[in-house]
Design a protein around this ligand. Sequence first.
Ligand code: NAI
Length: 205
Amino acid sequence: MRYRRIPNETIRRLPVYLRGVIHLSREGIENVSSNELAGLLGINPWQIRKDFSYFGDFGTPGVGYDIGGLIKQINRILHLDIGHKAALVGVGNLGSALLAFPGFRMYGFEVAAAFDVDKRKIGRKKTGVLIEDVADLHHLDRRGISLGIIAVPASASQDIADALVEAGIKGILNFSPRYITVPKKVKVITIDIAMDLARLPYYVP
Ligand code: NAI
């Protein structure tokens, strides 16, 4: 099934909806109204109805949205229904925490490979994942790995981004506090907790 072009803002909210409906499904709930979902997620009900209308209005008046159907649809739109393997580069404080984080599995992600430059770490396992020499970071596409996670110091992040692209990676989650450039075909999402924290005092009297 083809979908109309979905705005980026809606795409940004889809994982929030997904997390909410997975939670409800685990509680054994089968249907949810936009009002109930709004209360659970802190999002306006009209916003939820508008977002869901992009992929077909399958809510039933008086019954609400079928949770199993929602999970399937959102997974399909986000391409999460096929499962994705990611390679982590930089197994320091942050990288180790990411490897130990069980929350990626909810979305079908597996951190299937880890790389570092530190000879003391190479050859060891962290949370069951072997740490490989970053010099051997090639042909990740042949290993079924399509995503990269950068958790190296800022000074190394562009080189690592280049190596990931060269190895066939299609999307990068960048934790390093540096803008990285990649070819157009590769999508980069940068996460910076410190930057979010820097916005917070503005709202605090
Ligand atoms: P860390 O120093 O504990 O770990 C960095 C790791 O990268 C080390 O294991 C090091 O050996 C490895 N490394 C260095 N150069 C490398 C290279 N060329 N190739 C492969 N591995 C290499 O640092 P930490 O605290 O884990 O932070 C890592 C990065 O994440 C930094 O850029 C930091 O600023 C950023 N960070 C971002 C956060 C965010 O909210 N986005 C939060 C915390 C850290």
